[in-house]
Design a protein around this ligand. Structure first.
Ligand code: MLT
Length: 322
């Protein structure tokens, strides 16, 4: 009998010790729901290096891809709510996917918001071989070649996909979407001329545009990018109202203790205040929200408002899951 009591006390002591250990006491994982080398992965790597300094533990990236990002988000939401598994996502994964997929999780009730990170417009880009010098000529070319267009996306429900559907519906030309596990590999194929175009996050396409490897026609914003003043807005290029602001943010599973969320939020805020991180994000056209919008409450309110805005539009478009 004594042995049973001793074993029970030892187990209680171990559990107590685990909970009593200060957070974080081991490495933290950020689940990125798209392949390495894409824009979501780039944001994770830009902030994780600085978060390690604030948290005193390494912050590692795990790329879990598929189904427009919903596989990776599902992996993160099922993790223990202990602050060691974080979900990085964006408008596509934490808003649009909910209007397309029969998700095994609730985007508002199964997550706790941590912080908004950055936003950027989408950019219409093509391989260099397309004989169009501006958006109007590109639309004419797409209309004349609609039977052989290949448009890269990161899967149904991804940012590049729903933005492509939006563009397709505006110009009334079927764009034949080709799904990849992220717009990192899609962009590689665009540079190689294997596909014709992508409506990609500006932060992903910009470097290749500036290197002359692909061609940009417009961005989905009312103002031009400070880092790319020669790329017109969709309004200027002849497609008024084609506006999309793609924002990325961080969440944890529901039930994560408030003090842990506060520590994670503080680490993101430190990263977004760090001059080197700010420069790295700004160089690719990413805009950091003002400090008052970096709170967990601000992300929760914004995500809810975005769901209310986009779900009726996405559902009306009758987009089917992959
Ligand atoms: C998207 O299209 O949803 C993202 O840009 C994909 C990615 O981050 O690779």
């Amino acid at each position: 009998m004594k042995r049973v009591i001793f074993a029970g006390l030892a187990a209680l002591t171990l559990v107590g010790a685990a909970q009593a250990q200060p957070y974080p006491s081991r490495p933290i994982t950020i689940v990125v729901p798209f392949s390495a080398g894409g824009p979501t992965d780039a944001i994770a790597r830009a902030i994780s290096e600085r978060m390690r300094v604030s948290l005193g533990q390494s912050v590692i990236i795990e790329n879990v891809t598929g189904a427009g990002g919903s596989i990776g988000v599902g992996r993160a939401v099922r993790a223990a709510p202990d602050g060691y598994t974080l979900s990085l996502g964006h408008t596509g994964t934490h808003v649009v996917n909910g209007a397309i997929y029969p998700l095994q999780y609730d985007l508002l009730n199964d997550f706790e918001p941590v912080a908004l990170i950055a936003s950027n417009p989408m950019m219409v880009v093509t391989k260099n071989a397309i004989p169009a010098k501006n958006l109007r000529e590109l639309i004419d070319w797409l209309k004349a070649n609609s039977d052989k267009i290949a448009t890269g996306t990161a899967g149904v429900g991804s940012a590049s996909h729903f933005s492509g559907v939006y563009f397709q519906n505006l110009i009334k030309v079927p764009l034949n979407f080709v799904p990849y596990r992220g717009t990192g590999p899609a962009l590689q194929d665009l540079v190689a001329g294997q596909i014709d175009m992508i409506v990609d996050q500006a932060s992903n396409a910009l470097t290749q545009v500036q290197a002359g490897k692909i061609r940009a026609y417009a961005i989905t914003d009312a103002k031009r990018l400070a880092v790319a003043p020669d790329i017109p807005t969709a309004d200027e290029a002849g497609l008024p109202g084609f506006h999309i602001s793609l924002w990325s943010a961080l969440w944890v599973p529901k039930g994560t203790p408030k003090d842990i969320i506060a520590k994670l939020n503080a680490a993101v805020v430190d990263a977004l205040a760090d001059p080197a991180v700010r420069q790295r994000l700004a160089d690719v056209g990413l805009e950091i929200p003002p400090r008052e919008q970096q709170t967990p409450q601000a992300l929760g309110a914004y995500q809810k408002a975005e769901i209310e805005k986009w779900w009726p539009i996405i559902k009306a478009a009758n987009i089917k899951p992959e």
